[in-house]
Design a protein around this ligand. Structure first.
Ligand code: DC
Length: 222
């Protein structure tokens, strides 16, 4: 099976870009952030503290997460309930960030991710795919952009909504999440030694897709 690992910080556009790449290459796009978000949501729903291992760890044995794919689009089920929308709420983001720092949570989700890569050709996006989850991935890409540019893109995305936060708040949130992802003790966000660095600060989405498709096709001999 072929696996393409795409890592990088929050707001680098990984998810939408990976969706398009997966359509072009006919691979399955697996958004691993959704798994951490589902665990975070499960903890919140039990009124427990996602940052406290004594709260989180006993819950793990009661959390069952399934991924389904409908017309190539990933849906995520938490104990049988489709929570694909609920995991996008800001409180689920914060809870995901907290639970993702716990080694037991990472270990709990690891085999599920590896098992998918054994069964399908995948484009898997996350923070530690090239370094920990799939160290033997066929292609590794580290996608990043300057924090100010990532904040600007997120602002544009959210600006249609009535409760859009100010740009500065979005930037501060991105900087805080970057720091948490990079400095955690287990599986911190970092570029794998054999990953190709793609800085998209000066590129629009189509340019990024064309660039990555070219890179993948060349490496895969397509
Ligand atoms: O990519 P995202 O924003 O949906 O990720 C949600 C959280 O999960 C984020 O704080 C980083 C964490 N995460 C992780 O630690 N490892 C991954 N492979 C994917 C996400």
């Amino acid at each position: 099976m072929i696996s393409i690992a795409i890592d990088g910080p929050a707001g680098a556009g990984k998810s939408s870009i990976c969706t398009r790449l997966a359509q072009e290459l006919h691979y399955l796009h697996i958004d691993t952030g959704a798994l951490y978000r589902a665990v975070g949501l499960a903890v919140l729903r039990q009124n427990k503290n996602p940052a406290d291992p004594t709260d989180v760890l006993p819950l793990l044995q009661h959390i069952h997460i399934d991924l389904r794919f409908e017309a190539g689009e990933q849906r995520i089920l938490l104990n049988g309930e489709d929570v694909s929308e609920a995991i996008r709420l800001p409180e689920a983001s914060a809870a995901a960030s907290a639970v993702s720092a716990l080694p037991e949570v990472r270990a709990y989700l690891l085999e599920q991710q590896r098992s998918l890569a054994r069964q399908y050709n995948v484009i898997m996006d996350g923070r530690d795919i090239g370094t920990v989850v799939l160290p033997q991935a066929t292609i590794k890409i580290y996608l990043t952009a300057a924090p100010e540019e990532r904040a600007r893109r997120r602002y544009l995305e959210l600006s249609a909504k009535p409760d859009c936060p100010p740009m500065d708040e979005i930037l501060q949130d991105i900087i805080k999440r970057d720091e948490a992802d990079r400095n955690r003790a287990v599986s911190p966000l970092r570029q794998a030694e054999d990953a190709v660095l793609v800085d998209t600060t000066q590129m629009d989405q189509q340019q990024v897709i064309d660039h990555l498709l070219g890179l993948c096709r060349e490496r895969l001999g397509l």
